[in-house]
Write a protein that binds this ligand. Structure first.
Ligand code: HT7
Ligand code: ZN
Length: 888
């Protein structure tokens, strides 16, 4: 396998300006013909034409209608004698969609044809310059059996349809926008569509269509509403209109990720598209809204302006995640609901990206090398990338950010560009800003991996009434990177007075106070900020809204954190204070090797949150959720301690049980007080009430099963049976399963019987069991048994994720076993999956990224399992890269 390096980037020697593709679709052998107009790139030295192609059978190569000599080397088709002047290249080849279990390129699913070309799937369809800086205008003709594949779709506008001999028909599509091959798509299947016409501000009419299998049509209303809201939002917030007459979305149940932004023809995993109250949870509704928006927003950030090379992936992904996060906040509308969105995003970052940034796969937001690009669709590129974009907005303000976006599109519409181009547009649109004056230093966020640590210490001088805040940053070493330079870290902050009120902020040298919140810019390794006219010793509230993706140590005492939890004007930091109090207790117990015993002050603070008259139920549910075990492990590792997943789990479980016991009456009140009256709506308000009542129910069932009472398990079973929506049904079921209540067994059976014809719900059934709280190895044993269940298959990525990933990635206590059986299981599943779908196998392989911070005996056993996988000669590049980095 070759290591591809950013520093080796060279522009292509040839451009492909137009391509006419035709497909004779057949599951066993599809015939592809491609006619390309090719032009030499005069800006680079001459060389042979090298086209990418994988798993193809080549039938013919013609240049300007004449046969030409060529050779095939590895995955390249090389033509030495291509003319200097513009020429036509015609290629004819076949591929085998039904054998394509990797789900990259052209494949079959549920009796239809679908494509997935990002990042390098187009080369599995035909020979091409399959790189994002080669942008062509596509005209595509599809031919297929009419009865089996009545719907024939590709990018752009439909030019022509008609019937052919032998029951076949055709459709011809033309996409006027030049695009890279990764945005190509086709669909040929038996589908139906929900349609909606929409008029944009310019008065243009557009057709929106959502295509799914016949029985799923009534589950597309939410996706269509989300799409309409996305179109309206992008025009209102960024002035970016829909540029296509027709915008199509298609659902498919075999899919490697959530969805794909192909120009005008987005293809979605059904799990990210279909929802009804009966089959989807509030979390599913929320996820669908955000993924529909994300793919739609790519139409500008990704498609109109694309990436020059795959190292620039965060240019489109970080920016588009930022945009979908902003959209979700705007949709949530109420300030408390916005804060809930932010908290959820930060939780995801901390439990998914922080471990990545500290582990074997740590890489910068703009990676500098890769073997398999599929391995770099990571939390760092997506979520840390989004935080980098958010910091631009924090540094230049909302209006400044919008001006930067405008300039970016003015300069680069129709181009394939780099992260530097984006940074330059932001800075140039905001001359003299906090960004423009330190642009080069800011750009270190793209090149330095690792989560910066910020230490903050304050000292108050009563005599001078000054408060000095000293901030220090340290940049941890990561694989291949040491001795890093200071980064630019925006620290949004405020100061609270003794009774919790917000203090006016005046820095030394300023004529007057400037409000009660501001952004300090930490750009050196150590910097002090002196606030004047501070009447009494304040409590600092730092990194409000999580203004930078760093690990903060502010040294605050319990008393100070309790005050922030009660009074901070920033909802994010109120939540954070509660998490910090919980974290300190859990980490204290783990480090002491002692049983965790929650103190009265903490319990009382949690009770106060739960009973608070004004706080939003969704916020309460998050504030009462204990920190994620993966995040706790990272905190320990960052402090130089080895990680014992069982000890962490035991401490979290103890905290959980003590909160269930001590707040028993409060949970009973919360359960009754947060029942939703009226019909199901996936609104933030209703979802918040359901989140809190389901959390209360799970605490009540836990308390009851431990104390041997049956009332609450009985009520949970009743609710499970009678629930009018999936959120409540699944909430009640998981309360029973996680408490290992006796009624869990009949409930699981009933659930499966009721929903066995709904694949997305069967996924939930597997996932619930894969994530179930571990007691005496029962969960692990059950998962192994479930791999033999008739409904289980590794071939469908959703199903593989629902059971195997749930255990290995999201259930540390069941996975990290002292007998190493979890690791043996992981190795077997990685190898089996790798033979089917290397991309999904690569994801599973990443579970072991942090093996070397584990305590013994886990560490040695994990290493042995990784070595066992490494020893297999037939590994894919995907898995090999992950495994070799883990062992490096
Ligand atoms: N841009 C897409 C990334 C992607 C993908 C999607 C589906 C299947 C395989 C894929 N490989 C890469 C999805 C997105 O970020 O919107
Ligand atoms: Zn994306």
């Amino acid at each position: 396998p070759t290591l591809i390096r950013l520093e080796d980037y060279v522009a292509p020697i040839y451009w492909i300006r137009t391509v006419e593709l035709s497909f004779d679709l057949d599951p066993a052998k599809t015939l592809v013909t491609s006619k390309m107009q090719i032009q030499r790139n005069a800006a680079v030295p001459h060389g042979p034409l090298r086209l990418h192609g994988e798993e193809l059978t080549l039938l013919r190569v013609l240049i300007n209608g004449e046969s030409v000599s060529f050779r095939q080397e590895g995955h390249e088709l090389i033509i030495e004698g291509a003319p200097d002047a513009d020429f036509t290249l015609e290629i004819r080849n076949t591929c085998a969609p039904e054998k394509n279990t990797a789900l990259s390129g052209l494949y079959t699913s549920g009796g239809g044809f679908f494509t997935q070309c990002e990042a390098e799937g187009f080369r599995r369809i035909t020979y091409f310059l399959d790189r994002p800086d080669v942008m062509a205008v596509y005209t595509v003709t599809l031919r297929a059996d009419q009865a089996k594949y009545p719907v024939l779709l590709s990018n752009g506008n439909l030019l022509e349809t008609g019937e052919l001999d032998n029951g076949r028909h055709f459709a011809k599509w033309h996409d006027p926008f030049p695009k890279p091959s990764y945005l190509f798509a086709l669909v040929a299947a038996d589908l139906v569509s929900r349609e909606q016409r929409i008029r944009t501000r310019a008065g243009k009419d557009h057709l929106l269509q959502v295509y799914v299998r016949r029985g799923d049509l009534e589950k597309t209303e939410h996706a269509m509403n989300s799409l309409i809201a996305s179109v309206v939002w992008d025009e209102a917030r960024f002035g970016l209109p829909l540029d296509l007459e027709r915008f199509m979305v298609v659902g498919v149940s075999d899919f490697n990720m959530g969805a794909m932004e192909n120009k005008g023809l987005n293809i979605f995993n059904t799990s990210a598209l279909l929802a009804s109250a009966a089959t989807a949870t509030d979390a599913d509704f929320h996820r669908i809204e955000s993924i529909v928006a994300h793919e739609y927003f790519h139409n500008w950030t990704g498609n109109r302006v694309t990436c020059r090379d795959w190292f620039q992936l965060s240019l489109k992904e970080g920016l588009t995640v930022f945009r979908d996060q902003e959209f979700s906040q705007d949709m949530a509308a109420a300030p408390s609901a916005r804060a809930v969105c932010r908290i959820q995003d930060v939780r995801a970052l901390r439990s998914g990206q922080f471990p990545e940034d500290a582990g074997a796969m740590a890489h910068p937001v703009r990676p500098d090398s890769y073997v398999e690009i599929n391995n770099f669709y990571t939390a760092t590129v997506y979520n840390k990338g989004a935080e980098v974009v958010r910091m631009y907005q924090t540094l230049v303000g909302r209006a400044g950010f919008e001006a930067g976006m405008k300039l970016y599109f003015e300069r680069h519409d129709g181009q394939a560009v780099t992260c530097d181009d984006f940074a330059a547009a932001m800075a140039d649109a905001n001359p003299g800003s906090a960004l423009a004056t330190r642009l080069e230093a800011f750009k270190r966020w793209y090149v330095q991996a690792g989560t910066p640590r910020v230490q903050a210490r304050g000292s108050y001088d009563a005599e001078t009434q000054t408060y000095t805040l000293t901030l220090r940053q340290t940049l941890p070493d990561t694989p291949g990177q040491t001795h890093k330079q200071a980064q630019v870290i925006p620290v949004a902050m405020g100061l609270l007075g003794a009774d919790g009120q917000a203090l006016p902020l005046q820095l030394q040298g300023e004529a007057a106070a400037q409000g009660s919140e501001r952004v300090l810019v930490l750009e050196q390794l150590e910097q002090s900020f002196v606030f004047v006219n501070v009447a009494s010793a304040p409590v600092p509230s730092l990194l409000r809204g999580f203004s930078a993706p760093v690990l903060l140590d502010d040294g605050l005492s319990d008393t100070e954190l309790l005050m922030l939890l009660q009074h901070d004007a920033d909802a994010f930091n109120r939540w954070e204070a509660g998490q910090r109090l919980a974290l300190a207790r859990i980490i204290g117990a783990v480090r002491a090797g002692a049983a965790l015993q929650l103190d009265a002050a903490f319990i009382q603070a949690m009770r106060a949150v739960l009973r608070h008259a004004e706080l939003d139920p969704a916020f309460k549910a998050l504030a009462l959720t204990l920190p994620d075990e993966a995040y706790i492990a990272e905190q320990l590792a960052a402090a130089g301690h080895s990680v014992d997943p069982q000890a962490i789990h035991a401490a979290v479980e103890a905290a959980h049980i003590q909160l269930a016991d001590a707040l028993h009456e409060d949970w009973a009140w919360a359960f009754d007080a947060h029942q939703v009256r009226g019909g199901y709506q996936p609104t933030p308000q209703q979802a918040g009430q359901r989140a809190l009542s389901n959390q209360a129910l799970s605490m009540l069932v836990l308390h009851a099963t431990r104390s041997g009472t049956t009332v609450w398990p009985g009520r949970a079973y009743q609710r499970f049976k009678d629930a009018s929506n999936m959120t409540d049904r699944l909430g009640a079921l998981s309360a029973l399963v996680n408490a290992h209540a006796e009624l869990a067994v009949p409930a699981l059976e009933r659930f499966h019987a009721q929903f066995r014809h709904e694949p997305l719900v069967v996924d939930k059934w597997f996932a619930l069991q894969g994530r179930a709280a571990e007691v005496d190895g029962k969960t692990f044993a059950r998962v192994k048994q479930l791999t033999q269940h008739p409904d289980f298959t590794l071939k469908n990525p959703n199903r593989a994720r629902s059971l195997i990933f749930s255990l290995c990635m999201f259930n540390p206590a069941a996975f990290h076993r002292s007998d190493a059986a979890g690791y043996v299981f992981w190795a077997e599943q990685v190898l089996q999956l790798d033979a089917i779908n290397p991309q999904v196998a690569g994801r599973l392989a990443r579970v072991m990224d942090r093996w070397n911070v584990l305590a013994q005996p886990y560490r040695d056993a994990a290493r042995e399992a990784i070595a066992r996988v490494a020893a297999k000669p037939e590994l894919s590049n995907d898995v090999r890269e992950i495994i070799e980095r883990a062992l490096a």
